[in-house]
Ligand binder design. Structure first.
Ligand SMILES: CC(C)(COP(=O)(O)OP(=O)(O)OC[C@H]1O[C@@H](n2cnc3c(N)ncnc32)[C@H](O)[C@@H]1OP(=O)(O)O)[C@@H](O)C(=O)NCCC(=O)NCCS
Length: 144
């Protein structure tokens, strides 16, 4: 069985992999990276690489919104490795990370295409933010 873990990129090479996976997968992240060049230093934001054994295969950023909720953002699995169960492992590790931050629920803005992915992970559609974005679903999962 492969071992998965999340860890903050710890050197320039790991940051390069983090940005490469995001840029390969998430078009929005190209714009986002330009608008947030100092992401690496923002408090309460946790940019993380997903490792499978010794290989970095995915990314996520976990934002602690307040004492109860963590937002999962920029969720991405390396395109050549999608559809093999790694995304499910990424959610499991992200939930563990959010619980360790003291959060009672995980929340996401999901694209229409990714709703099934989050549903498979136990998320349900529920409004958690006042700001509604067209074409984006708000989803929530309590962290038991
Ligand atoms: C979404 C993403 C992270 C899923 O990762 P993955 O490794 O392909 O997912 P998995 O193979 O672990 O699938 C986990 C479960 O989600 C389901 N699933 C995955 N992608 C899905 C999709 N687009 N629509 C519906 N269900 C999906 C799988 O069928 C599986 O369900 P099961 O365990 O009941 O069989 C990955 O496809 C990705 O990086 N996509 C592009 C970026 C993106 O859309 N991010 C989310 C933005 S909000």
């Amino acid at each position: 069985m492969p071992q998965y873990r999340l860890s903050r990129p710890s050197c320039r090479a790991e940051w390069d992999v983090y940005h490469r996976i995001r840029q390969d997968v998430l078009l929005e992240s190209r714009k986002y990276a330009m608008e947030h060049p100092d992401e690496e230093d923002e408090p309460h934001h946790y940019p993380l690489l997903l490792w499978r054994d010794n290989d970095p295969i995915g990314t996520i950023r976990i934002d602690k919104l307040d004492d109860t909720a963590a937002a999962l953002r920029l969720v991405a699995i390396d395109p050549v490795l999608q559809g093999q169960g790694h995304g499910r492992a990424l959610l499991t590790e992200a939930e563990r990370f959010a619980r360790d931050l003291g959060c009672a629920k995980a929340v996401v803005y999901s694209t229409t295409e990714a709703i099934g992915y989050y549903e498979a992970g136990g998320f349900t559609e529920d409004d958690w933010a006042e700001c509604e974005i067209a074409g984006v679903a708000q989803m929530v999962k309590p962290l038991g």
